[in-house]
Ligand binder design. Structure first.
Ligand code: SF4
Ligand code: SF4
Length: 81
């Protein structure tokens, strides 16, 4: 039996970073590299590097990563004007 798996595509809706009001900021000292943020990001804006790397061109600031992080390693900060 064949199974179809779909993956979210970066830039599927253009550069969603222009929508952002809050920006996720990673605190590496807290991160345990569980990659839950990478799994849940709806824009695929998190890349797997030594630590999660957020691509701000595509991050729309939804806060899902911060909500899902089990150790509160991601802080949502208001964008400066
Ligand atoms: S706030 Fe987090 S989950 Fe939302 S788009 Fe940005 S990196 Fe992805
Ligand atoms: S969910 Fe939190 S602890 Fe896990 S990799 Fe992402 S930032 Fe690090």
């Amino acid at each position: 039996m064949k199974t179809t798996i779909s993956y979210p595509t970066k830039a599927g809706m253009g550069k969603t970073g222009s929508w952002r009001v809050f920006r996720p900021v990673l605190h590496e000292d807290k991160c345990i590299k569980c990659w839950i943020c990478w799994v849940f990001c709806p824009e695929s804006a998190i890349e797997r590097d030594e630590f999660p790397k957020i691509d701000y061109d595509f991050c729309k600031g939804c806060g899902v990563c911060a909500n899902e992080c089990p150790v509160n390693a991601i802080e949502m900060r208001r964008e400066e004007k």
